[in-house]
Design a protein around this ligand. Structure first.
Ligand SMILES: Cc1cc2nc3c(=O)[nH]c(=O)nc-3n(C[C@H](O)[C@H](O)[C@H](O)COP(=O)(O)OP(=O)(O)OC[C@H]3O[C@@H](n4cnc5c(N)ncnc54)[C@H](O)[C@@H]3O)c2cc1C
Length: 440
């Protein structure tokens, strides 16, 4: 079926999911003159980048921190005129709530130079969108990989932030691929130019969902509160069944985690096999008022980020607004335990947990284990792109960070959906127009 691509006029595309990757792909496709329908089961867009308002202030429940590696996001923010601000400073606290120094030895003890040489030799494309290009080289469990290359201080310098951000504890034996991608995306390994005038990390004024609401507002057909219940693929098109009736399209983009979507898909054996290998982390956000805790910062809790033995306890919290007691707390684990353990953790830090405003559980970071990466699971996922008129975007092929999912989704649309005849595309970021595109 792929021989149809790029031959004739506009294509019709159904995008399942209105998180960052679904909206980014839809924006690219519409700009290239294709007809897109975005289907989202929640009442609002933004996926794991939701923001809520409490006492007149916007709090981000999920994705919102951007580093100077976030060029595609900066591009979108600029195009849409969305205002940004610096994020809170980072701090590490010990079990009793005292501030600890985070020395970042990795950047100063000679390891960084060795890392750069290793990167140039074995995984030179790690900073590019996608993960498949570096997966085999970095398939080993992270502990073993760091030991093999004498990069122990990388764990000390980046492990706390990695675990606090939901990617698991380093002793979970997560493949090195995900840890290295995370470290790259912090922007600390190769300091680059400032983005949008910010010397460090930045976010969106008024909540990160504002960006995705603006992207959605420019799209022609975004349907929220519509759950996709089945996808049926035929030789001549795709029928997407929803709880509000069917949508016909030439192609379908799945901007949802494939394992969770599997029951709705008329899946092939290959799709089923890959989906069965996907793992994710149960990661929670609790938005709650708490008094007596350190303020004005993003706090990583050292006692709960070093070993999976403490999973379930709070790993980090963010106090964003001076004058407000409301904080966003993050933890792994079973939903029944989260608030009770959080209450204990806040008490141990010298504080008091008060009203809980919102709780969310996320299936965070869809990923493969070491053996599957070594066996080429991400190459197999890449090989499925476009087969049976189906495309996959999101954290699994790209890594669970907004910049990664957006860059991967944009590139996929640009590579595989050439502009419809007569369409003038303006492309500020990403790969240059190819020859075929230039001639259009
Ligand atoms: C607590 C937390 C903190 C984070 N912090 C950061 C951060 O600081 N910086 C950063 O870069 N990233 C961060 N992230 C990661 C970032 O939010 C995700 O990588 C990003 O949202 C992934 O986008 P996506 O579109 O691929 O998936 P999602 O955002 O998960 O969107 C998928 C969408 O599909 C919809 N959907 C699912 N099934 C169906 C169906 N059957 N029918 C219709 N719709 C469906 C869902 O409702 C959802 O809206 C964080 C995430 C979390 C949870």
């Amino acid at each position: 079926m792929q021989e149809l691509r790029g031959t004739a006029g506009p294509r019709t595309v159904a995008v399942v999911g209105a998180g960052p990757s679904g909206l980014a792909v839809a924006r690219e496709l519409e700009r290239a003159g294709h007809r897109v329908t975005v289907l989202e089961e929640q009442d609002t867009v933004a996926g794991k980048c939701q923001s809520v308002r409490v006492d007149g202030r916007a709090f981000d429940l999920g994705g919102h921190i951007c580093s100077n590696r976030y060029e595609r996001i900066a591009g979108l923010l600029t195009e849409l005129g969305v205002e940004t601000e610096r994020t809170s400073r980072y701090r590490v606290l010990d079990a009793a709530g005292r501030a600890l120094r985070q020395p970042m030895a990795f950047l100063h003890d000679g390891s960084l130079q060795r890392y750069r040489a290793l990167r140039a030799r074995e995984f030179p494309r790690i900073a590019e969108p996608g993960l498949a290009h570096s997966a085999r080289a970095l398939a080993a469990p992270v502990g073993r990989w760091m030991a093999e290359h004498g990069l122990h201080s990388m764990a000390e310098s980046f492990g706390t932030g990695f675990t606090a951000a939901g990617y698991g504890h380093l002793d979970d034996d997560i493949p090195a691929l995900y840890f290295v991608k995370y470290a790259e995306m912090t922007g600390l390994l190769d300091p680059g130019p400032q983005l949008l005038g910010h010397p460090g990390d930045f976010t969106v004024v008024g909540g990160f969902a504002t960006l995705w609401e603006r992207v959605a507002a420019e799209l022609k057909d975004v349907r929220c509160g519509v759950r996709v219940t089945a996808v049926r693929r035929r030789a001549d098109g795709v029928r997407v069944h929803t709880d509000s009736g069917p949508v016909e399209a030439d192609d379908v983009v799945l901007a949802v985690a494939p394992d969770r979507f599997l029951p709705a898909l008329d899946a092939t054996d290959e799709e089923r096999d890959l989906a069965a290998r996907i793992r994710s982390n149960a990661y929670h956000t609790t938005l709650a008022a708490a008094s007596g805790l350190p303020e004005d910062g993003f706090y990583f809790l050292a006692a709960h980020t070093t070993s999976r033995a403490t999973a379930g306890h709070c790993v980090s919290y963010h106090h964003r607004y001076p004058g407000s007691e409301v904080r966003t707390f993050y933890s792994y684990g079973r939903p029944d335990d989260v608030t009770a353990l959080l209450r204990k953790d806040v008490t141990a830090l010298g504080g008091h947990l008060e009203e809980v405003h919102v709780r969310r559980e996320w299936a965070f970071m869809p990923h493969f284990g070491s053996a599957d990466l070594a066996d080429g699971a991400l190459d197999r996922l890449d090989a499925l792109q476009g087969r049976d008129r189906t495309w996959f975007v999101g954290g699994l092929p790209a890594f669970e960070l907004v910049e990664c999912t957006v860059a991967h989704a944009q590139d996929l649309a640009r590579r595989h959906f050439p502009p419809a005849p007569g369409t003038l595309t303006r492309r500020a970021h990403g790969p240059a127009l190819n020859e075929e595109e230039r001639q259009t």
